[in-house]
Design a protein around this ligand. Structure first.
Ligand code: ME8
Length: 645
């Protein structure tokens, strides 16, 4: 019987680049919550997707020489793209929305028009600052040291005719929502929002919700010069994906308002201030909660594509298994706070929690049933006082776990489970099954001990299902649990596992990892992956290529450039009868003397430019691999001035 509906969402990610482990973190958390709710009997709608419009995408597509649509299609649907990643990570989303989906675009046009017609969107002039990577407008007073308060990057002056949303009109209602309800979680994020954006000087400012400086967006249908601001376009995804202002879907009544939007802390502002205000403008019910989770950081800084310090979830999932990675992400970091990611921590968690504690418990328990009873446990019934603590801990675990899951405290929920697992391992040492096995008259007692172990494993496995869906199936097979013994209801009480259960010993579910070897290998793989990610270079036509003049040049002299560690100054014979001077940043790799007399390759039709006050007329060609650089040295028999064709 359904225990009601549950609607949960991730942010819709920008397909401006491949996603990294930070995106996987939020999506895995959302997936665990969705699976947990399904386990408890709810009818769940789990939505994720991609936020595909905006100037950043337009710029990236241009740099790659493809259309914005081709660009995002490749990142979303291409090999090892976003859809592949979620499949690999075993993400159980029910729907996937792309803001370029036709139905969404049309819905946004209708929504924008409705807000214009009700007077909450009006035309004005935008003067302020714009941060391109964040697609955010800022007023002068919001900048931190003149930089974007979100990413710390440079901002640009911006002035243009634009449509505005009357956010100011809703300031007090939003303030009330934040301060008097548990809408925004964790509660620690409330003050920052209220102080910085509502109670600040000038109060909550109206929000600029259209742009005219680029095209890649949803056109305002009554004023086609404008495209809708990406955040208005993006936030409404949570409703258009259910059929709001479109007939592609029709489950808005069933699932709206959302139970929770999981979002990273840097976009809480949009979800906790503007999103409710937009909904208030249309008189729509508000989502029940927004949860602002913390960041995965590396060496203290946010992992982000622009910083280039990202970890590729493909590499980790493929090496350690998807379940181990999913588990690690939610077991290690408290969801509301930042967490420092490292490969050492990942390997350590797998070895300690999964290989040692859980893995050993499962394999030892099944192996003992096999060894002492040929695989099938006889009827039990010889309890002793020492069983009490384990039986009670495992029998009441579900309640403690549930309390944490309902608060999105995945780390604490898992901690409860692992306390019981640790208790069970201790129970093996306390009861000493190998000693009981030596005494025929104690076989009944031995059977009870082993039953208690299998039963504890069963309850823990049910509760681990949202985190490690594939591995728990293997555990259920190994301990012989029937389908009925894998349900939420069955985890409420101790003693559900059927009498006479037959185990099925299998391979180790979580093999131990050789940390040192694996860390070296990971470093190597991550470096190789980084090196392989070259900025996309647009294809050139043969005519364009033919414009580049590459010539053999003899090095007449070569010397260091004063005050520069990098530059060498070359005087070259390019066959023209005149000497050519080129400066090249290769001083780290060559001593000036060793190049005199060599025949090098140079591009000779670049416009001259000044470097360190000296003119450079062309570029000497070298080959670069990782940190290594070698000049392309030609055969001495090639005369100066010979052209490459
Ligand atoms: O902001 N640690 O998309 P986005 C933890 N399109 N989580 C991280 C993370 C990190 N280092 N890096 C990213 C956008 N995330 C908008 C959202 S919603 C209507 C529009 C996660 O591709 C985190 O959940 O920049 C963060 O909020 C989200 O990815 C941002 O993804």
């Amino acid at each position: 019987m359904s225990k009601g509906t549950y609607y949960i969402t991730t942010p819709i990610y920008y397909p401006s680049d491949k996603l990294h482990i930070g995106h996987a973190y939020c999506t895995v958390a959302t997936d665990a919550m969705a699976r947990y709710k399904r386990l408890t009997g709810c009818e769940v709608m789990f939505l994720t997707g991609t936020d595909e419009h905006g100037q950043k995408i337009e710029d990236k597509a241009k740099a790659a020489g493809v259309s914005p649509q081709q660009f995002v299609d490749n990142i979303v649907k291409g090999e090892r793209g976003i859809l592949d990643l979620w499949k690999l990570m075993n993400i159980s989303n029910d729907r996937f929305i792309r803001t370029t989906d036709d139905y969404h675009v049309k819905s946004i046009q209708r929504i924008f028009r409705r807000m214009y017609e009700n007077g909450d969107i009006y035309k004005g002039k935008y003067v302020g600052k714009y941060c391109k990577p964040c697609e955010s407008f800022w007023t002068e007073s919001q900048l931190v040291d003149g930089k974007c308060p979100d990413c710390g990057g440079e901002v640009q002056d911006a002035e243009e005719e634009a449509y505005f949303f009357r956010a100011s009109k809703y300031a007090q209602r939003v303030r009330k929502l934040l301060t008097e309800t548990d809408f925004l979680q964790p509660a620690s994020r409330v003050n920052e929002m209220v102080n910085n954006f509502i109670d600040c000087e000038g109060g909550l400012q109206d929000l600029c919700v259209s742009r005219t400086s680029f095209k890649w967006g949803v056109p305002v249908d009554f004023d086609e010069k404008h495209v809708v601001y990406v955040w208005l376009d993006a936030l409404f995804n949570y409703m258009t994906a259910l059929g709001f202002e479109n007939d592609r879907y029709d489950d808005l009544d069933k699932f709206w308002p959302a139970d929770v939007h999981f979002v990273g802390k840097e976009i809480v502002r949009f979800h906790a201030i503007y999103w409710p205000a937009f909904l208030m403008s249309l008189d729509l019910p508000l989502p029940k909660h927004v949860y602002g989770h913390g960041w995965l950081v590396m060496d203290g800084g946010k992992m982000s594509k622009s910083k280039g310090n990202v970890v590729d979830p493909y590499i980790l999932a493929e090496r350690f298994g998807v379940d181990a990675l999913r588990f690690f992400l939610l077991r290690t970091f408290p969801f509301g706070s930042d967490g420092n990611f490292s490969n050492e921590l990942l390997i350590n968690t797998i070895n300690v929690d999964l290989a040692n504690d859980l893995g050993n418990l499962v394999s030892r328990s099944a192996a003992m049933v096999e060894k002492y009873f040929g695989g099938t446990l006889p009827k039990t019934g010889v309890s002793e006082d020492i069983d009490g603590e384990l039986v009670s801990m495992a029998g009441t675990l579900r309640g403690r776990y549930e309390a944490q899951m309902e608060k999105f405290q995945f780390q604490n929920a898992l901690e409860e489970v692992f306390k019981v697992i640790a208790r069970a391992n201790k129970y093996i040492d306390e009861t000493g099954p190998w000693i009981l096995a030596k005494d025929e008259s104690r076989k009944g007692r031995l059977a009870t001990v082993l039953y208690n172990l299998l039963e504890t494993v069963r309850i823990c496995a049910v509760l681990l299902t949202p985190f490690m869906p594939d591995s728990v199936e293997k555990i259920f097979t190994q301990i012989g649990a029937s389908e009925d013994e894998q349900t939420w209801d069955s985890a409420e009480t101790f003693g559900v596992l059927h009498d006479g259960v037959t185990v099925c010993k299998g391979d180790a579910i979580f093999p131990r990892i050789d940390a040192k070897k694996e860390l070296e290998e990971l470093d190597r793989l991550q470096e190789a992956a980084k090196a392989a990610v070259k900025p996309a270079i647009p294809p050139v036509t043969i005519e364009e290529f033919a414009k580049v003049k590459l010539q053999a040049c003899k090095v007449i002299s070569c010397e260091n450039v004063p005050k520069s560690d990098k530059l060498l100054k070359f005087t070259l014979d390019d066959g023209s009868g005149r000497e050519r001077q080129i400066l090249s940043g290769i001083a780290k790799y060559y001593k000036p003397g060793e190049l005199v007399g060599k025949t090098v390759l140079a591009c000779t039709n670049l416009p001259p430019r000044k470097m360190m006050g000296q003119e450079s007329c062309g570029m000497i060609i070298s080959a670069v691999s990782g940190d290594d650089l070698k000049l392309v040295i030609l055969d001495d028999g090639i005369p100066a001035g010979a052209e490459l064709c």
